[in-house]
Design a binder for this molecule. Sequence first.
Ligand code: AFP
Length: 338
Amino acid sequence: MKSPLSRVITIERFILDQQELHPEATGDLSNLLYDIALAAKIINSHIRMAGLADILGSAGLINVQGEVVQKLDAFANATMKHALLHTGRVCLVGSEEDEHPVPTPPEYGSGKYVVLYDPLDGSANIDVNVSIGTIFSVHKRLSPEGTPGTLADCLQNGRTQVAAGYVLYGSSTMMVYSTAQGVHGFTYDPNIGEFLLSHPNITTPRVGRYYSVNESHFPGWAPEVQALVKKYKGFDGGYEAKNSRYIGSLVADFHRNLIAGGVFCYPADSKSPRGKLRLLYECAPLALICEQAGGYASDGCRPVLDIEPEQLHQRSALYIGSEDDVRLAERMVSGLCE
Ligand code: AFP
């Protein structure tokens, strides 16, 4: 009888198998992905206890985005930093919660990678027990190894990501990532404390059945954007109406649409003329995942992966998901492009 282990592929084993496809690999990137998986397990254990442990509510801080920092935000941020900055694999991290990039303490050695991340995406949903996530993006540094990392090491366009992914703390906890060799999903098994391969080679349909957008922003949208959302609703005929789904946690909305097919939009509007979402640790990592799964991601004017970042917390409009639905968005809102 075949042992059940024959079907079990842990994320560690999968990462190693992928590394073998690159004889030049040193193992640093593989170990860095393990570090992120470990941080995700620790964050997950606290999220699962959130209602019982004193970890709900505000930490009494305001972050660089002007948002109230939740206790779990602060915990997740500290956990990611601890997992990444004490290994000698990373020279610098950029976090949604920290105004400036955080360098590796000199005693740990300044490694060859830069990691940009949103430690807890959708934090407004924490206290109401709605799915939240962690998003990460990995680049090779530009500055010489062994020297302190610089802001310029963070400001690289999305095409130079060597890895990107997210962790979804939902009905189950999943880690989904890509090293530009397809997109793979791992489900956390709390009984053995391991992320196990559950969704190899994820692909997304060309046309989606869902559209996801916060329609309360409708009055602040340009007429082109209003027309696009009406089209997704099937208002002007000639286009099959989509079903509406919006959670308010980007990772959860993105993941649903990735698996089932759909388009997520966070257009620029009168309140956020450059969009709300952050390019480097929200839009670009999900854009890599999306394109690797056969989808597309745009800011309405060009591929998100081609945008040259100028600031760490730069914002961008986002249309992401099933390719045909996002290309339609680009055709309909391109009139707004400078
Ligand atoms: P954070 O709480 O991490 O800032 O995430 C919230 C978010 O950036 C993203 O997850 C949602 O898609 C979006 O904001 C929700 O914004 P609205 O409340 O305007 O819909």
